[in-house]
Ligand binder design. Structure first.
Ligand SMILES: Cc1cc2nc3c(=O)[nH]c(=O)nc-3n(C[C@H](O)[C@H](O)[C@H](O)COP(=O)(O)O)c2cc1C
Length: 389
């Protein structure tokens, strides 16, 4: 497979990324926690839902645009936060920001990006979202919020499912730990991936640039990782959400909700939306898949409360199923990283284009012309031929 342009689906992009990246880097993005049960189910469980298409509807004019927090986008996709995207491609987050702006989708850079929020937002005039990890040092947390405001980010995403770090066993085996335990074969693997070696391995230093000019020593990825382990605020609770709302003054969305009870609390305390997510199966292995959690969460909140489905999207038909079950949009993690590894900014755009085309085809074959028309009556559960709605 010569390049990302020949990739016709997300799995092709994944295989292409696998060839381009050293094993330990590929497994860092591709892997999940422990037995990877949740990682696997995130995608597999979409198969529990099957389409019931309608026929003889006029599908000449199909439209997949969506409005999210007051902004109109070309498709219900969001490039989600991933730390260390610069390990995949030099200045990976900058490539993503430009791809997102060209395709008119939101990009939500992580607090743990290798490019600073200032660098990323300078790349385009499009407004980014910003993902916040909450540190014990509320001073740094407050600073992050101030900088995200100053750089005109439009939505603050607070990730709440990472108080402790999940056990990613592929990383442990590959020596991708603190301190790194690389073997000769790992180093050899770096050397034979020459394109990656010159772009990333010998490129500018990989570090968490959002921590530059803070009290935190940002000179080494590994020392920061240790710092974060010590500094992640494990005491954060629902009462803190009011503080984020007050500091931010715009839409605050909570990422990492799986329980209908938590979704209801989030709405009642004024969070502006929730992201139904298990962190792409990288945290609590055995947690319910995101798509399985969605219907009950939808039933527990108000009709128009914004829900975003995150995890396991590999096909446009997955997106359509999530929207039929009540999501407003879907967030992507690994798919855009595969695109990034495969072809930089172009590769990320290829990822979005593939999914857009698949969404359009699925809508047309379902007999639907716009996302608002989707509802559970277009789906049945496996081996049950009655519509859900
Ligand atoms: C390499 C990698 C790094 C990630 N880093 C973050 C992060 O810094 N903050 C965060 O909220 N989520 C992070 N996530 C989780 C993603 O935002 C998203 O929830 C997950 O990847 C969705 O699943 P998917 O990869 O199947 O699309 C990361 C995921 C990956 C694969």
């Amino acid at each position: 497979m010569p390049n990302h342009k020949q990739c016709i689906n997300i799995d092709d992009l994944r295989l292409h990324a696998k060839k381009r990246l050293p094993k330990s880097v590929f497994e860092f993005i591709d892997g999940g926690a422990q037995d990877e049960i949740t990682l696997g189910n995130n995608n597999k469980d979409f198969r529990n839902f099957r389409f019931i298409p309608r026929v003889l509807t006029d599908i000449s004019h199909r439209n997949q645009e969506v409005e999210l927090f007051g902004q109109r986008y070309s498709t219900p996709l969001i490039l989600g936060p991933v730390g260390l995207a610069g390990l995949v491609r030099r200045e990976g987050e900058n490539h993503a920001a430009m791809a997102a702006a060209n395709q008119n989708v939101p990009f939500c850079p992580s607090s743990m990006s290798t490019c600073s929020i200032e660098e990323i937002t300078q790349k385009t005039s499009a407004r980014q979202w910003f993902q916040l990890y909450v540190l014990r040092d509320r001073g740094i947390t407050r600073e992050f919020i101030r900088r995200a405001k100053e750089t005109h980010c439009s939505v603050l995403v607070v990730t709440v499912d990472t108080k402790l770090l999940g056990a990613r066993e592929r990383d442990i085996r590959n020596g991708f730990v603190v301190p790194p335990k690389f073997t000769l074969s790992t180093l050899f693997d770096f050397l034979i991936h020459t394109r990656w070696l010159f772009d990333v391995g010998l490129g500018r230093k990989i570090k968490y640039r959002n921590f530059d000019n803070t009290s935190v020593n940002a000179n080494s990825v590994m020392s920061i990782t240790e710092f974060i382990k010590e500094q992640w605020d494990v005491s954060i609770n629902w009462d803190d959400i009011a503080w984020f709302k007050e500091q931010w003054g715009g839409p605050v969305v909570i990422k990492g909700i799986l329980s209908p009870k938590d979704a209801r609390i989030a709405e009642s305390i004024g969070a502006d939306g929730v992201i139904v997510s298990n962190h792409g199966g990288r945290q609590l292995d055995g947690a319910i898949s995101s798509i399985s959690a969605l219907a009950k969460i939808k039933a527990s909140v108000s009709e128009d409360y914004p829900l975003i489905l995150d995890g396991g999207i590999r096909r446009g038909s997955d997106v359509v199923k999530a929207i039929a079950l009540g999501a407003k949009a879907c967030m992507l993690g690994r798919p855009w990283l595969y695109g990034l590894a495969s072809g930089g900014q172009d590769g990320v755009e290829r990822c979005i284009e593939i999914l857009k085309a698949e969404i359009d085809l699925t809508l047309g074959l379902l007999g639907v012309t716009q996302l608002n028309d989707l509802n559970p009556s277009y789906l049945s559960r496996t081996s049950d031929f009655d519509a859900l709605g």
